[in-house]
Ligand binder design. Sequence first.
Ligand code: SAH
Length: 504
Amino acid sequence: MAGTVYLVGAGPGDPDLMTRRALDLIASADAILYDRLIPRGALDGARPDADLRYVGKDPGGGSISQEEIEDQLVELAEAGLSVVRLKGGDPFVFGRGGEEAQALAAAGVPFEVVPGVTAGVAAPAYAGIPVTHRDEASAVAFITGHEDPGKPGSALDWGALAAFPGTLVFYMGVRNLEGIARSLIDAGRPESEPAAVVAHGTLPEQRVVAGTLADIAERAVAAELTAPAVTVVGPVAGLRETLAWIERRPLFGRSVVVTRAREQSSTLARRLMGLGAAVVEAPAIRIVPHESEELDRAVEGIERYALVCLTSPNGVRLFAEALMRRGRDARALAGAKVATIGPGTAEALAGFGIGADVVPERSVAEALVEELEPVPVEGRPVLIARAAEARDVLPDALRERGAHVDAVALYETVAEPLPERAIDAAARADYVTFTSSSTVRFFVDALARAGTPFPSEARVVSIGPVTSSTAHELGLDVHVEAARHDIDGLVEALLEDANQAAPA
Ligand code: SAH
């Protein structure tokens, strides 16, 4: 039986504007044929074994033809595969989705259409321009600005467009902007009509140039706007003066490097994006779970520990998994005191249904040692489940107090090779965030191996004193240190710093 082809819109660029249906289909597809203008990370959720094919237009030419794309869709579906055809914005708005649907219909291949948020609505919205407005525009027209209006036989009826009683939104209009503006004016649209160009709409790099039909082309050239961009013509373009909002987000225009492991970077990355930052994900480390006989023994005899110490959210996750894999669960810790090194670890533990008994104010082993003073450990078994490379402050101190300490490694932190584009972006960043000593070490190392100096203009943000001291050891200045040693604390500290200095 033939598989289904899904013609899916991926939205205008902000990954958060992808629909739930699009994400579900990407996650289950056997094959995905995608274009150039899809959101960053749009394919992150694809299956590792999915056949991912780039079929976009190369700006330098040499791209695959429309006919070939249609042939591939039919072929894959006829092989019984579930195929996603992923396009920027909406598949039926200047996306040739209609043609592809026709080809599928002709071949008898079942297909479905998943609308997406189209750039012509979303980019203006992110620029503070409603495409319709009660007082200013009761209609909106979407127009392809791809054509050179000077070309004989232009398909666009400029007289009709100039007379259109509402907002005009041109797609693909940067290069032809001057011709478009001139043609509208010549056909009777007032020179004084407000107009705005929104480039890279909905993205952290969004830029907007506003003016009138008379000067918009000149202004866009002066501002060196680059594609993709849409141009809005109509009184609504003037509303931006009061309605612009994205530029007012506290981290708009700042780029921030996130160095934590990929599996963990998303919370921090999303928080920063929500505040308007351009996030550069540069996961310098990877967590490799560590299975060992010591771990087997510890879990086997888990009930006998008087105290269990966990030192990182990764540790909690892997410890919980180690318990479950051996048929145990949270109840095995019923008789023990449970200590964590900081609030992030305590939060991870809460997710596992366990409230931490001990969480020190400062997230360093020394503070945990102090905090554990009232807990009787002499002659008792204590489990410390941690990273292979952890410092020995905690086990040493507890042994000194007469505890029988089992220090078990749950995972190892290893270097993750950074893609070139992450290194390039990091080199130009405004902020670099470090959430552990290993992120500092491995990130500095990755840059050194790539022959890229540490970004000298960047401000270094550290989650706490241990991370900061590692940074100092490696010759970095630490400009911002979180007062609370978790992700919220780090974001708060970064925001405060950003508020003090206006963007360059
Ligand atoms: N199907 C898409 C449009 C594809 S045509 C949609 O519904 O949005 C490509 C054109 O869309 C670009 O030339 C540009 O005019 C516009 N476009 C796409 N992404 C954009 C963005 N992030 N900001 C501004 N314009 C964008």
